[in-house]
Design a protein around this ligand. Structure first.
Ligand code: GDP
Ligand code: MN
Length: 381
C-alpha cells in the first residue's frame, strides 16, 4: 500500500527522522487555520500518490494564512496526472541549502537491501541517474547486520553529502533504514532530504510503500487505510475478501486467478467492449464466493452484462457450475451472464448450467466467444 506524503512523514517523525511540522487541510479555510497555527511562511502541498507534484503546480510557498488560503483554493480539486487532490498538507517552510536523494528498497536478485543516495536530489532523480550516473551511489545492505554506522558514513562520503553535517546525515540514513525494516516497507524514498541553512537534515518529502502482507504485525496502520477515499463497491468487495478493482466499462468480469482475469479484460477489449471491473475469486471458488461476487456486481449500476470466466484446474468446473446455480437461486439478476467454462469437467459444468438455469445464463466454451457475447449483450441493454 502506497502512503500519502503526510502519512509517510508521520512514520518518519515516529522513528525520529526530522520532518517539518505540518497540518492536514481539506478546505481552504482549514488551510488558513493551519497556516495561522504554524506561523510564518508555509508550503501548501497537494497530497496525491504521484511524483512530480512540484512541476505540476501542486506545491506552493505561502507567506502567510491568506496566501495559504489562496493556494489551497487553487490546489484542492486540481487534477495531477489523473489524481484529484482532496487534501493538502500545510507545513512550515524550510530553508533549503542542499537537496539530497535517499531511498531504501529490496533487491530481490541478491537478497539484500539496496540504498540509493545522491547529493543531487530535488525533482528528478531519473534525469540525474541518466545524465550523471556517478552522482548516484548504490550500495547493498546486508539485512542481517543492517545499515551500520560505518557503512552509512561511507555512503555519505561517497555520495558527497555535506561534510560538516555528515553525522546528522548518517543518523538520518540509519533511522530511515530502521523505519524501512521495522515498519515492513517495500520502499522508503525521500526526495529531497534537505540540508537546512543551519545545518540540520530534514525529510522534506516521503514516499513510503508498506508491505500489505505484514499488516498483521502493524494494527496501527489501519488509520492509513481508512484515509483512502474508497469506492463503496470496492469497500464492499474487500469486506468479502474479494480481489476487486473498479474499471470504466460495462462488462462485469468474474474469473478465477488474477492472470486469467487480466487476459479476460484484454479479450473483452479485443471484442470491442470494456470491462467494468477486475474481480478475481481465486482458486477454489465455491457457491458462496460466486454469490458474493455477483452480489458486489449488482451494486454497480454501470454493469450491463457479466462474463464469468473459469478455467478448471484443481477447481472442477462442475462444482463451479453448481456454485453458480446455487448462487442464482432466489437472486433476481439485473443482467445476463455469459459463463465460459474450460478445463476439468467443463462439459459436465456446461450441462449443469444448460439444464438448470434460465435464458439469462449462457454457457459457452471459448474465451473469445464469451467476450463477444458479453460485449454484444452489454451494448444491447
Ligand atoms: P514532488 O515534486 O512531488 O516530489 O514534491 P516534493 O515534496 O519533493 O517537492 C518538490 C520541491 O518543492 C522540492 O524539491 C523543493 O525544491 C520544493 N519545496 C518543497 N517544500 C519546500 C519548502 O518548505 N521550502 C522550499 N523553499 N521549497 C520547498
Ligand atoms: Mn519529491
Amino acid at each position: 500500500m502506497d502512503l500519502f506524503e503526510y502519512q509517510g512523514k508521520s512514520l518518519f517523525a515516529r522513528m525520529g527522522v526530522p520532518v517539518p511540522e505540518g497540518r492536514e487541510a481539506r478546505t481552504p479555510d482549514e488551510a488558513r487555520a493551519a497556516a495561522e497555527e504554524l506561523g510564518g511562511s508555509v508550503v501548501v502541498k497537494a497530497q496525491v500518490q504521484v511524483g512530480g507534484r512540484g512541476k505540476a503546480g501542486g506545491i506552493k510557498l505561502a507567506a502567510g494564512p491568506d496566501e495559504a488560503f489562496a493556494h489551497a483554493t487553487d490546489i484542492l480539486g486540481m487534477d495531477i496526472k489523473g489524481h484529484t487532490v482532496h487534501l493538502v498538507w500545510i507545513e512550515r517552510a524550510a530553508e533549503i541549502a542542499a537537496e539530497y536523494y535517499v531511498s531504501f528498497t529490496l533487491d530481490r536478485g541478491v537478497k539484500q537491501h539496496l540504498a540509493i543516495v545522491s547529493a543531487q536530489g530535488g525533482m528528478d532523480i531519473e534525469a540525474v541517474a541518466t545524465g550523471d550516473p556517478e552522482a548516484v551511489i548504490k550500495m547493498h545492505i546486508d539485512p542481517v547486520s543492517g545499515l551500520t554506522n560505518w557503512q552509512a558514513s561511507e555512503i555519505v562520503y561517497r555520495a558527497k553529502l555535506d561534510r560538516a553535517s555528515a553525522r546528522k546525515s548518517v543518523a538520518a540514513l540509519r533511522k530511515l533504514y530502521e523505519a524501512f525494516v521495522s515498519l515492513d516497507c517495500d520502499l522508503v524514498e525521500v526526495n529531497p532530504l534537505i540540508l537546512t541553512g543551519d545545518g540540520e537534515i530534514v525529510a522534506l518529502d516521503s514516499k513510503v510503500t508498506l508491505d500489505s502482507n505484514a499488516f498483521f504485525r502493524h494494527p496501527e496502520f489501519e488509520v492509513f487505510r481508512k484515509a483512502f477515499t474508497e469506492d463503496p463497491i470496492e469497500k464492499m468487495a474487500s469486506q468479502r475478501d474479494l480481489n476487486f478493482i473498479k474499471l470504466d466499462g460495462s462488462v462485469g468480469i468474474i474469473g478465477n486467478g488474477a492472470g486469467l482475469v487480466m487476459s479476460t479484460l484484454d479479450v473483452v477489449s479485443l471484442a470491442g467492449g470494456a470491462a467494468s471491473n477486475f474481480l478475481d475469486v481465486g482458486g477454489g471458488a465455491g457457491a458462496d464466493t460466486i454469490a458474493d461476487a455477483l452480489d458486489v456486481l449488482t451494486e454497480d449500476p454501470t454493469v450491463k452484462s457479466v462474463l464469468i470466466n473459469i478455467f478448471g484446474g484443481i477447481t472442477r468446473c462442475d462444482l463451479v457450475a453448481q456454485g453458480i446455480v446455487d448462487a442464482l437461486d432466489g437472486l433476481e439478476l439485473p443482467w445476463p451472464i455469459v459463463v465460459r467454462l474450460d478445463g476439468t469437467n467443463a462439459t459436465e459444468g456446461r450441462q449443469i448450467l444448460q439444464d438448470v438455469v434460465s435464458d439469462s445464463v449462457i454457457p459457452v466454451r471459448t474465451m473469445r466467444e464469451a467476450a463477444e457475447q458479453a460485449v454484444e449483450l452489454a451494448g444491447r441493454s
